[in-house]
Design a protein around this ligand. Sequence first.
Ligand code: CP
Length: 347
Amino acid sequence: MQNATFRNRDFLTLLDYTKEELETILDVAFDLKRKRMLGEKHHLLEDKTLFLIFYNQSLRTRNSFEAGMTHLGGHAHYLDSSKIYTPAVEGREVAYSTERVSDVARTLASMGEGIAIRCYGNPVDWEYGAAHEMLREFAKWSNVPIINMECDKYHPCQGMADLMTVKEKFGTFKGVKFTMSWAYSPSVHKPRSVPQSAIIAAAKMGMEVTLAHPKDMELDPEVISACEQISGESGGSFKVTNSFEEGIKGAHVVYPKAWCATPIFKAPIGESSEEKTQKIFDANKDWICDSEHMAMAEKNAIYMHCLPCDRGYEVTDEVIDGPQSAAFDEAENRLHAQKAVMSLLMG
Ligand code: CP
């Protein structure tokens, strides 16, 4: 692979990257992780600035990007979208309150070497895909890389950290049974980006992927079709089940987390019905990952969660704090995976 492959590219979805390219990102991430453990300094992004625009809250994403830029000798500049002229696309503008994405993108690109954005849910009125389209609009106008820190469709940085964690625990992707499952949460407002990126990542690497969720909790059909096609190409497999137990049985990776149901979105894909969504959630409160469920998985199975999790709802304390939990490895790997992405794209 040529060195120039990554320079100045956007990182919006793992669908835009080949398996070989994702493997290179993982190689660099493991190398940077080892070097950090040995106390070696690698200022690959000295004097460079990454702007971080947040429309939503964050613990892991913000801090891993900020710490990562510090490790690489550069600077991460945090921007709260409500404290600047909020970047907005045409049709969502409000005079002297928002600023058109085309203008924000060109301005920041003239001052730094990368722009990272998190946006989903309320800031785009739960119009599925609107946040991703805004990121694409940023990418159209910016001549520096746009990095997706989680939109309403994808969370590619989380997907890379998930892959790193699986590789660390099993040493391979081949033959690994990866189950992404829905789990209950008292909040019906959770984007689909994490599960969608997780199944794309696992399919790209040729894992045996199972997606488990209750009826009416379906993910984006385009993502499902992509996973079916990618699995065929990568030598893995992909199946969907409506049974929590069936999904977990025999799995090596158990990744249960909540995501929102279709009715929460606005038409044409949803109805904007909170009540209907709440009913679907309430009917599936038994989708909680506890020790009995973990016992159904393979003996060496790991529990994964992107965090934050809803303890006592999505998972019991016993599981997330237990010996099979890889949730905190996953959180740390955000740092290493993103350092690799930033170094390759912005270096
Ligand atoms: N997993 C994840 O993206 O965490 P934050 O919401 O804390 O950034």
